[in-house]
Write a protein that binds this ligand. Structure first.
Ligand code: DGJ
Length: 716
């Protein structure tokens, strides 16, 4: 009733302003429609976002509270998208329609809506790229003005979305170092809920830049109307969710305006990050599969390409190694059967050797004491061992104990008038400064010039921005967080252009960086330093809501070595498999097992890394976890099942599989078995129809503790 009344008021207000619907702008994918109407006073309203309509012409223009890019300071009393302090000191901006156009892009269409302010020379262009098959929309805006002097932006959302439902349930993914991906859902009521970060460089350390929104009720894996959203920004981001007096929810995603009043020069274009969202009528699983497919097809660096298995030396050697130790690691990598050996931190610095995290960062010359023949000799050793070579860098950072700091103290983000605060004994370089960008670019670029065979960089970032002052920006400190992130993108773009085939792992002391803008340049990311397989079950489950397995690095290590090596390997095999373990520390049988598991992974990775993922049993709702991947032809699937700490006498039910063809017959075979062991599963090597597997299911859960199994399911 209240909503009807509000709608009526909206209609009356619009009619009073002579604002009848004039023009419809329709952004469609296979299953969704996002629809806007321009009314005759020129303002543009969102009138629909939901399941695709057969006939949208009957749509009204909705409540006048749903302006697609709300300006601050006029007739709306909730969170705006855009806030500008104009040259005359006034803070009001109202945008009206100028034009719209639609063009074809790979995978879909792009709708471009141009708007302007009638009073000030301010123009805003909204972009919506709709990916037809994946039902994903990517939206961003461009803000430009021609006032005489710079204006100050105090709000600069990427887009706005509105929902008019009875109830809203927001799921967020937060944590800290080692506890990434904790999943929390809460109902939203009148007022604001903000998810944001103020960490700058290591921006996602406390919360990842994605959310889910259950509409009317919390979404489950297979049921419920919901939206999944994420922001492509490797810096301070913010999602603002505000429920207004009429129960309408607005979502305002974008760069966090916190301490970022941005000075924008006349003619300069302020481009916001991409807000990426997808909608599902059938729960979270469908939304995740849509975004996974989109990410692999259209966003992630080499998203359709292969990924390398690897052995990393960090947890095996830490800073203590030399050429002989590394050569041995490379031979172990070969024995394991992985593609690449990855040398981690500690290989550089001479005047200030990097033998711990207190010195050397910034001095990217091989440490003569450890590596007298430099990086080229390591590349040769890897070649001799028969594996590819990758190397760790952290080029945005500096230890005060380094030659770089001695030579360029003005290249560092640091306050001129206070005692410096250090996080991990290091400071952040001032990427707002083009000279610093050149330096950061030169680190991987020179390594590649001298060693073109380097196949992968692990690009780390262990500090957030503290002591927030850019010597380069001087009085324009409001631009710091934004220009820093743009400086990083300048470097990454240059690098990608110069070396388009080099794979890169994004790492930030664990999962402190994980977003879809960075993933245009990175093939994968490191979700957490915590590789305890039990913790990883929860984390990989959480990250899988927004990211495909292909970009999630999962390494077998000695964390929680009370679990079996098989359990650890099975957990890591559901994502991009790697190892960070000394092979001497495990038994011969386990070594053989790891080798066989790598072979299995190589055989199955087209399904695990490129197939559709179905989450079957949630670790958040049970003492188990299970998920499966199915290839597009539906003739091959891989299922992972883990029993964590089941209760004594727990009654486990058969698990219903998903994504198979009901009319085909599949053989179920257990794989990743310990050497010489046969499967004890009653259903091993038996055939079932897809219909049976999806309606009756298989008894894949057990009452065992910390046990796992991997099933290969093949159509006959
Ligand atoms: C933090 C990363 O998360 C680790 O994997 C490792 O690379 C260390 N940095 C090295 O300092």
């Amino acid at each position: 009733m209240k909503k009807l009344f509000t709608l009526l008021l909206g209609v009356i207000a619009a009619v009073a302003a002579n604002a009848v619907p004039d023009k419809m702008i329709r952004i469609s994918t296979d299953n969704t429609d996002l629809i806007m109407h321009v009314v005759s006073n020129g303002r543009i309203y969102q009138t629909y976002y939901g399941e695709r309509l057969d006939d949208p012409t009957a749509l009204g223009y909705g409540s006048n509270h749903q302006e697609i890019y709300q300006g601050a300071g006029y007739d709306d009393y909730f969170e705006p998208a855009l806030g500008i302090i104009h040259n005359d000191g006034l803070r009001c901006t109202i945008l009206t329609y100028v034009s719209d156009e639609q063009r074809t892009i790979p995978g879909g269409t792009e709708t471009i809506v141009r708007m302007k302010d009638e009073v000030y020379p301010v123009e805003v262009t909204l972009h919506y790229q709709a990916y037809t098959k994946e039902n994903v929309i990517k939206a961003w805006s461009e803000i430009v003005h021609r006032e005489k002097k710079p204006v100050t932006l105090f709000q600069f959302a990427s887009a706005m979305l509105y929902f008019d439902k009875d109830r809203y349930f927001l799921t967020q993914y937060n944590g800290d170092w080692g506890t990434e991906g904790h999943t929390n859902t809460q109902e939203l009521f009148f007022g604001k809920k903000i998810i944001d970060t103020k960490l700058g460089s290591r921006s996602a350390m406390y919360v990842s830049p994605y959310f889910e929104l259950g509409l009317n009720r919390p979404a489950t894996e297979q049921e419920g109307e919901m939206v999944l959203g994420t922001l492509g920004w490797t810096g301070n981001f913010r999602f603002c969710f505000e429920v207004d007096n009429n129960g309408v929810l607005r979502v305002v995603p974008g760069i966090n305006p916190f301490t970022s009043d941005y000075e924008l020069k006349p003619g300069e274009v302020f481009t916001t990050p991409e807000f990426i969202f997808t909608r599902s009528s059938h729960g979270e699983g469908e939304a995740s599969r849509q975004i996974h497919r989109w990410a692999r097809n259209w966003q992630v660096m080499d998203g359709r390409g292969d990924r390398m298995t690897l052995l990393n030396n960090w947890e095996n050697t830490y800073f203590t190694f030399d050429e002989l130790v590394l050569a041995n690691c490379m031979r172990e990598a070969k024995k394991l059967g992985v593609d690449l050996f990855l040398l981690d931190d500690g290989w550089f610095g001479n005047k200030h050797p990097r033998n711990n995290d207190r010195a050397g960062l910034g001095d990217w010359q091989a440490m003569e004491a450890k590596l007298p023949h430099g990086v080229p000799a390591l590349v040769d050793s890897a070649k001799a061992a028969g594996v590819d070579f990758g190397i760790w860098i952290e080029p945005e950072m500096v230890n005060p104990k380094s030659e770089l700091y001695e030579q360029h103290p003005d290249w560092v983000i640091q306050l001129p008038n206070r005692k410096t605060y250090y996080y991990r004994n290091q400071l952040v370089l001032d990427l707002c400064n083009p000279k610093v960008q050149d330096f950061v670019f030169s680190v991987p670029d020179q390594l590649l010039h001298e060693n073109p065979e380097i196949k992968l960089f692990k690009w780390d970032c262990n500090s957030m921005i503290s002591n927030a002052y850019s010597p380069y920006l001087r009085e324009k400190q409001g631009n710091l967080y934004i220009d820093f992130t743009r400086g990083l993108y300048n470097v990454l773009q240059r690098l990608h252009k110069a070396h388009p085939d080099t794979h890169m792992m994004l790492c930030s002391g664990g999962g402190g960086r994980c977003d879809y803008e960075a993933l245009k340049y990175f093939t994968e990311f490191w979700p957490s330093d915590n590789t305890d397989p039990v913790e990883r079950i929860y984390m990989q489950w959480a990250y899988s809501h927004c990211f495909p397995s292909k970009v999630l690095c999962a390494h077998v290590t000695n964390w929680n070595s009370s679990t079996s090596v098989k359990f650890r390997v099975d957990v890591a095999s559901m994502c991009k498999l790697g190892f960070d373990i000394g092979l001497k520390r495990i038994s011969e049988q386990d070594r053989q097992f790891c080798h066989d598991a790598v072979e299995n992974f190589n055989r199955l990775k087209p399904i695990i890394l490129d197939g559709d993922q179905y989450r079957l049993v949630s670790p958040l709702e049970s003492n188990h976890m299970s998920l499966m991947y199915v290839n597009p032809a539906q003739d091959k699937a891989v299922l992972f099942a883990y029993d964590i700490y089941p209760r004594y006498g727990e009654n486990t039910q058969p698990v219903l599989l998903q994504g198979l063809d009901p009319n085909r017959t599949y053989r179920v075979v257990e794989t990743n078995l310990l050497p010489g062991r046969k499967s004890g599963l009653s259903y091993n090597d038996r055939t079932y129809t897809g219909d049976y597997l999806m309606k009756v299911g298989l008894p894949i859960l057990t009452s065992g503790r910390l046990v796992s199994r991997v099933l290969e399911i093949t159509a006959e």
